[in-house]
Ligand binder design. Sequence first.
Ligand code: SDX
Length: 392
Amino acid sequence: RTGLITLDPGYANTGSCTSSITFMDGERGILRYRGIPIQELAQQASFKETAFLLIHGSLPTRDELTQFSEQLTDYSPVHENMRLFFQNFPPNAHPMGILSSMVNSLRSFYPEIANEDEEIKVTVTRLISKIRTLAAMSYKISMGYQVIYPRPDLSYCANFLHMMFDSTVRPYELKEEVVHALRVIWILHADHEQNCSTSAVRLVGSARVNLYAAISSGITALWGPLHGGANQAVIEMLEAIRKGGGDCRSFVERAKNPNDSFRLMGFGHRVYKTYDPRAVIMKEVCHKLLGALGRSDALLDIARELEATALEDEYFISRNLYPNIDFYTGIAFRAMGIPTNMFPVMFAIGRLPGWIAQWLESIRDPHWKLSRPRQIYTGPKETAYTPIDQRV
Ligand code: SDX
């Protein structure tokens, strides 16, 4: 017993688990990856280092980081035939549906390697590298733009921005402030214990499917507006407030109405009952990024006013409802030029190392079993079959 939950020997059946990857304290707003506070990683680490830390359990040595970087560069292109997939999605296909399909199809293009350790090592690195290329390709092809290939000389985050926005007609200027902001944002998203999409990866992974299929299920779960889709929903909410004349109070009142399904997007959290420590950093990232770009965004002003209005309201105070990571990330993505429907994809790219780390931890656990949650049955007692001519 952990004092909170009973871990049966197979524990996979309860949907709960033990894990040594990420520590969260929802009351005190603490988040650590392998014991390192998120604030220190956001200030000092690269996203590659953070991915390595989550997956391998410690920060890489210089040689390990060099080797990991070289492997990510080698794996960054995708099979040319994958382009045919993209071209056949309808123009209004959501990028998360495309990403989930494309990640799942990677197994077809990259068959299993007989040696299990090699299979895991190659598949993990290949996926971390290629998810950027797939995401950028889905955007370029959906816009009818020329696909831009990864460059071996760019960092992980810079290469993604290059593939997203560069073009032979109008070269994209990689600004250090934008690369820095993306690095911090992806570090903040990299893992978060047993959230909905990570639980999906563990549950699907427990059936011994390949990593691509397990991650594809995580992308699908993250798509939901109550989960990773919230960053897109926040911007749509802020836009609606702006169109409505900036009346934050009416949206706060709507969110309090038990008869209205509307929720304040980007607010509340199942675990954090204080300010999400990631949102604290995100608010600062937005302010610095817009300042460095010499831009302002009316939606940031509205977000700040909405936050202040809600945090003065008894309904939110009494329920410990604070901004979560999604409340400010959309504003930073807008400043980078990321299209709104790509915001959940940005979350998925950041969360991938955490999903992989959690999947590895589950498949390497000696107690690992097929997840098989049970239920409390509330249906009818035993009843006889009624022939159709006797049914009314
Ligand atoms: C993510 O799990 C993770 O770690 C997820 C995540 C990660 O990194 O993986 O952090 C990412 O998904 C962040 C959450 C993004 N989603 C949103 O911002 C959508 C808006 N938020 C809400 O839908 C809600 O807060 C949830 C879904 C996030 C949590 O829902 P819960 O667990 O039901 O919230 P709760 O039990 O704490 O709610 C307590 C009360 C309830 O009202 P009462 O029944 O007491 O009257 O607070 C209310 C809720 O209805 N409430 C809200 C609210 N969130 C909760 N009321 C208005 N607006 C909100 N946003």
